[in-house]
Design a protein around this ligand. Structure first.
Ligand code: HEC
Ligand code: HEC
Length: 381
């Protein structure tokens, strides 16, 4: 039986926020921090380069995080089995996987696998987290690190379990791989850099981030399951991109993307596409994107405004290839109000992706050409 609960849109109760703000149960100190590149203790004179002075890194207790529901077990365990031959076996009668290292354990009552994440893994993850991520995401993952106060978009609050750009269906939490790839690629045009940290270390950081889920939420909620970035198949428009762009233009305006993003056609053209009376009116200036004022993304419990991108002006956050854009469109953007278009045929999604990318290719970084194009659009309204 499949049970999914959408993490989307859940607001963090104040009480939980207060508990989270309390320091994590950690021990040890900066002097225990070993630089793994030279294997020795960090030069005390250089400490300030690495982390705040009075921060502890060591986590003393193992943690138990949700590893897989029935859907995801079919993906996760064969994958891990290929990576560590002989470690996993499938019991045909019981229909469960067993892990001879005992890290992944089937729970009969809740019918999910839990993962025992060791204190050593979490400590390693926290070390890199404090060094690389905490200045923005906060020492306790509340998204309110020292540099975060002035950052827009704000860094993610990891206690919310909400993600925008993992390209995973909103029915699922992102898989470890989806998170690792996102961290490696970064979010273009935001302070979230592409992090070139060795992958095994990033995997530990990801475990640590997952361990920031509040009780019964995110990776502690047994009704959740996981997914990889959504599949959009092969590009069906190869060899005929101009046709894809033309069809994408129609679909973009037929499906109301301009209700948040700008519209890039005049009112007459949009009304014709939508079979509406020619004099149906739109917002005053359709070339200015709408502002999302009630997003689920929070800074210290307050929802933040989100700017909706104009494709002739902004860069794409998470990849510019048509496939990247198609995946983002199909998966939607959780918590930001951008719906998922999972029910659309892939050919439709690809056409819209080609159109959106065409807008970027034609006008991004070309102010004069863009201004003329946008003036034309406005004249048509
Ligand atoms: C300079 C500030 C900064 C640093 C340092 C930083 N981030 Fe971020 N991060 C951000 C911002 C800002 C966002 C939100 C961007 C947005 O919403 O468009 C973000 C978003 C994220 C997201 C969520 C993406 C999504 O799909 O919603 C993850 C995961 C993440 N960061 C992980 C990390 C990790 C891991 C590190 C350390 C290796 C790190 N970040 C370091 C600023 C930072
Ligand atoms: C209800 C409002 C809304 C609608 C409708 C909407 N979007 Fe969005 N979209 C957003 C918001 C908000 C963002 C930016 C999220 C952020 O940066 O935090 C966004 C971002 C995007 C991005 C940028 C992704 C990236 O990597 O930077 C693409 C592409 C996109 N939308 C395509 C579409 C398409 C195509 C449609 C119509 C099929 C559509 N959107 C409909 C609100 C909307």
């Amino acid at each position: 039986m499949l049970r999914h609960r959408r993490p989307r849109g859940r607001l963090l109760p104040l009480a939980v926020a207060v508990i989270l703000a309390a320091p994590l149960a950690t021990a040890g100190s900066l002097s225990a921090f070993v630089d793994d590149e030279d294997g020795g203790e960090l030069d005390p004179a250089k400490r300030h380069l690495r982390a705040p002075h009075d921060v502890s890194f060591e986590i003393t207790d193992d943690d138990r995080l949700l590893a897989a529901g029935e859907d995801w077990a079919e993906v996760l365990f064969p994958r891990l089995d290929a990576e560590f031959p002989g470690r996993f076996s499938f019991d045909d009668d019981a229909e469960v996987w067993s892990d001879n290292r005992g890290e992944y354990v089937w729970d009969d009552d809740e019918e999910v696998y839990w993962q025992n994440v060791s204190a050593e893994t979490l400590t390693r993850g926290r070390q890199d987290y404090v060094q690389f991520c905490a200045s923005c995401h906060g020492l306790d993952g509340d998204g309110y690190g020292r540099s975060a106060q002035a950052l827009r978009p704000p860094p993610r609050d990891f206690s919310q379990g909400l993600f925008k750009f993992t390209k995973v269906s909103p029915d699922y939490l992102p898989s470890d791989d989806a998170l690792v790839h996102l961290i490696q690629e970064g979010l273009d045009g935001t302070p979230m850099f592409p992090w070139d940290v060795a992958e095994p270390r990033l995997r530990d950081v990801v475990q640590y981030i997952k361990s920031m889920s509040p009780e019964d939420e995110g990776w502690r909620d047994s009704t959740n399951d996981f997914g990889d970035p959504i599949d959009v198949g092969e590009d069906p428009w190869v060899g005929d991109i101009p046709a894809a762009v033309a069809e994408g233009e129609r679909l973009y305006h037929a499906n109301g993307c301009y209700n948040c993003h700008p519209g890039y056609l005049g009112a007459v053209a949009i009304n014709a596409i939508q079979d509406k009376p020619a004099d149906t009116a739109f917002r005053e200036n359709i070339t200015i994107p709408k502002r999302v004022e009630d997003s689920s993304y929070e800074v210290l419990g307050e929802s933040v405004d989100i700017m909706v991108p104009d494709f002739t002006w902004h860069t794409m956050r998470r990849g510019r290839t048509p496939q990247d854009v198609a995946r983002t469109i199909k998966a939607g953007i959780q918590g930001a109000g951008m719906p998922t278009w999972e029910t659309f045929p892939d050919k439709t999604i690809w056409a819209i992706a080609h159109y959106v990318r065409h807008l970027t290719d034609e006008y991004h970084g070309q102010p004069a050409k863009r201004a003329a194009f946008m003036a034309d659009v406005r004249a048509g309204h």
